[in-house]
Design a protein. Structure first.
Ligand SMILES: [Zn+2]
Length: 414
């Protein structure tokens, strides 16, 4: 790790504290889309951008965008770096913000080195990735990448405030969202640094890892209808217990995922009716979340599981249905950019850990606009979306050096 990166990492940690103070709720960090707290965080980032010699602005939806051009040049091409500035409720301070702050530190690093880059760098702080307020993720990167349907503006939050009104209330321009769309012609690509939000890098004892892609996801709902009855009077052989059938299905889901490399499947929500200790359950309803980097592998698993649900239901005299709620394809990181990133990681952090992202990120939306690559930073215990989310300053320094090295390689490549 370079001395410059060490110093910049300390700055990133300080700035993460400053951003964490921008919150809607005293005592805990909540920074949703189009709130004064998000506006305040964006204001700090704009201030730091200006100090770093960048031209900063907000676009129509509230994304913060800073452009740095090497002195005396008007480069025809641009490299994008960034992540999101919004958070979940009672969030940690690094999910999203870290990627914006490391992008900013990278520009400061490049500027301090006095290198003559053949392209401009734009640092992006997206206004919404988590989708907490309006139930729609990627509003910020969606506006930039042209993946936002105008109909979302009519959505209302829990307080009945329309998205259009919310955007206008913080100084945005809901009627001009189309203008926030970035032309992709000059773009070299988009690199996003993000905390891993999982335990893989910690287990591998590595500061950073290169992301291969963002997993595709299927969400389904399973409903099993059996026959409710008295817990004391109905003999076991004559029961059609909906929850016992659900338990068998859930076991089958877990076994299917364990048997396939890279597949993850989760039942995270379960409701039982009537829900009394002395009544045989008549109905069980639960969610299924299936993810894999390979769409074909995910679809094969989903088809298998749908079939198992029906078979287990029939064998138990229950009616069981599998209904797909949503399906999102995987996004594979661009091979060329990812190869550059791997080469830098090999230089800075010795050996390269490659891993898929099971969580969604702005990079998935940005892939509509340009080539994307992602770098994960180790986080303690794999914990995220929680106040105890944490990264080490040393790992942040490694991530800054990798980002800086990535910029240098992109400059050589041209
Ligand atoms: Zn995030």
């Amino acid at each position: 790790v370079t001395l410059a990166a060490d110093n910049l990492a300390a700055t990133v940690m300080d700035r993460a504290e400053c951003l964490a103070a921008c919150t809607e709720e005293p005592g805990r960090l909540t920074r949703r889309f189009a709130t004064p707290a998000l506006g305040q965080a964006g204001g700090l980032v704009l201030k730091w951008m200006t100090q770093a010699g960048m031209q900063g602005r907000r676009d129509a939806i509230g994304n913060v965008i800073g452009r740095w051009e090497p002195p005396g040049r008007a480069p025809a091409q641009t490299l994008l770096l960034g992540s999101h500035l919004d958070t979940v409720r009672d969030a940690g301070r690094y999910d999203g913000a870290l990627g914006v702050l490391i992008a900013l530190a990278c520009v400061e690093h490049v500027r301090g080195d006095g290198v003559d880059l053949p392209f401009a760098i734009e640092v992006l702080g997206f206004a919404d990735e988590e989708g907490v307020r309006y139930g729609t993720a990627y509003l910020g990167s969606g506006a930039l990448a042209g993946g936002l349907a105008p109909s979302v503006l009519a959505r209302r939050d829990a307080d009945g405030i329309s998205m259009a009104d919310a955007i206008a209330a913080v100084g945005g321009a809901p009627d001009e969202l189309a203008a926030a769309r970035r032309d992709g012609a000059d773009l070299l690509g988009y690199l996003e640094v993000h905390i891993e939000q999982g335990p893989v890098l910690e287990a591998a004892d590595r500061a950073v890892g290169v992301v291969t892609g963002i997993a595709g996801q299927t969400r389904a709902e399973v409903i099993i209808d059996g026959v409710a009855g008295h817990a004391g009077t109905v003999p076991m052989a004559l029961r059609h217990d909906a929850l016992a059938a659900a338990a068998e299905v859930i076991g089958a889901i877990e076994a299917r995922a364990r048997a396939a490399e890279g597949l993850v499947a989760t039942v995270g929500e379960l409701a039982v009716e009537p829900g009394a200790s002395n009544v045989i359950p008549g109905r069980a309803r639960f969610s299924v979340d299936v993810r894999h980097l390979d769409d074909a592998a995910r679809e094969a698993a989903v088809a298998d599981l749908g079939g198992r649900v029906g078979a287990i239901g029939r064998a138990r005299g229950c009616r069981a249905t599998w209904e797909e709620v949503q399906s999102t394809p995987a996004v594979i990181c661009a091979p060329e950019l990812t190869a550059e990133l791997e080469a830098v990681v090999a230089d800075v952090a010795v050996d390269v850990v490659r891993l898929p992202s099971g969580a969604g990120h702005d990079a998935a939306m940005m892939a509509r606009l340009t080539d994307v690559a992602m770098l994960f930073v180790r986080c303690a215990g794999g914990i995220s979306h929680h106040p105890t989310e944490s990264v080490s300053e040393g790992d942040v320094a490694v991530a800054i050096d990798v980002t800086r090295g990535f910029v240098a390689r992109m400059a050589q490549r041209r």
